[in-house]
Design a protein around this ligand. Sequence first.
Ligand code: AMP
Length: 583
Amino acid sequence: MRVVSLEGVIDEFEALTKDAGRTQRETLQKILEQNGEAEYLQKFGLGGRTDPESFKASIPLATHCDLEPYIQRIADGDTSPVLTGKPISSISLSSGTTQGRPKFIPFNDELVRTTMQIYRTSFAFRNREYPIGNGKALQFIYGSKQAKTKGGLIATTATTNVYRSEQFKPTMKDIQSQCTSPDEVIFGSDFQQSLYCHLLCGLIYSDEVQLVSSTFAHSIVHAFRTFEQVWEELCTDIREGVLSSRITLPSVREAVSKLLSPNPSLADSIRSKCVRLSNWYGVIPGLWPNAKYVYGIMTGSMEPYSKKLRHYAGGLPLMSSDYGSSEGWIGANVNPSVPPELASFAVLPDIGFFEFIPLEKPKGLQQLPKTASTVHYTESEPVGLTQVEVGKEYEIVITNFAGLYRYRLGDVVRVAGFHNSTPELQFICRRSLVLSINIDKNTEKDLQMVVQEAAKLLAAEKLEVVDFTSHVDTSTEPGHYVIFWELSSDTTDEVLRSCCDILDLSFIDAGYVGSRKTGAIGALELRVVRRGTFEKILEHHLGLGSALSQYKPPRFVGLSNSKVLQILCRNVTGCYFSAAYAI
Ligand code: AMP
């Protein structure tokens, strides 16, 4: 390691978490001292105070809507201290795949620093249990388009802001995760070409690869689905030492061609391994014999991809990476051997000041206001990092060095335990509702579980749901839920009709069940879409500026997201209405 030893990183983490309450107070003080002159803090009359009590008493809780006008002014070129003492260096665009438009979030060097701290911390813990040798990482990472705001700031995804930072490469070297692909591939302007080259470079260095990773599990699964289509072409390139004509970007061609020379024996070995695999089970350890694990975010909306990932990974361990957002980091996975479904994240108490709004499910049925867009919980006053209780659920509120103060992140977490005095959080779901017509309330997580339940019927047919999303159709009275499925191949109407019934029956929210029984919500509709539809949706989002590295397929498509709805509706090959609840 360049700067500190891995043991040193662990010792530092242990020290920071020993008295997490004290670390929190010191961190808040630092944030407020650095940003004391910010207009936002002045406006609420904080008057230079830096203690948690004054801070909480003066500054209100904020959502993105509250901060948007301030961020917009920064983007428009206002260089006065609006949110931070030092100017904001660039703007991050969050994925925003659900709303259909990316959000603006401030980004500065402090976020780079905390990102590197998180990377090093989780690596130190991971490497203690699964040591990797010197080598390379096959990383499916992609920079996205960089735009300029009206005021001249760079606006791009948070991951791109991190990849293009000066500290990124040295840190990757420190944590033995240097990417097999050259920068031209990571920052190439055509993600299809970048993906092909990531696979090719990964194969060229196949003996050196120690791990396979991406930010989100979706990108790894997407990469190997593509591999199934292009592997023969990759073999030809390696055999002949000539890059496929599908790579047309000159900078990418030049950079990758330099790595390529005719290697018939590698091509033969890849070919013979590929043809021996059964339905691509274990392709990762098969082709990368020295890989020790597969690494990426596998929790939350990435859970549906872990099954397919496990298939590609064969016997290799899957490790869920850390928890953060474009707004800022929260915690590191310091228990890497826990299976991804149970992964938790220990909060780093010096990367921000964290508060937790206790959430309790209200008892009995409640009429939701028509406009409700979040799950209705009974909320209490926010509590501090060290006051949370094991087993309880909270919404996270962050205050950090990027100028976010008491910012409601909108994520629901459950406290799984403590590491020293800092909590280990399990990600539960985004608080926003995806499906709601009247008194029914279903989150992304509910939808995921319902799809998982119905997909069990497909397993017997050796079929799988490639991807899915949902919609509420209120064009007919009463309105009803629509679930879109892309399947790996065709099946019979009979199977799909049964799947549709199970989808309908598996929404167990009392509001939904009640409304279905009384007919206040119509029969659920399953719409099967053509293969490749979700790829088209991905391309559409990348066109809007989101990055493949940070891509989360939308789990709900509303009327406001008309382009994506159009893509879905144009590609429907079959519609089924549930017969469950039929009287
Ligand atoms: P973005 O706004 O694109 O940066 O995405 C941030 C959101 O992704 C978070 O607010 C979470 O909802 C989700 N997310 C990030 N890390 C994780 C994780 N480890 N597990 C589950 N969800 C995550």
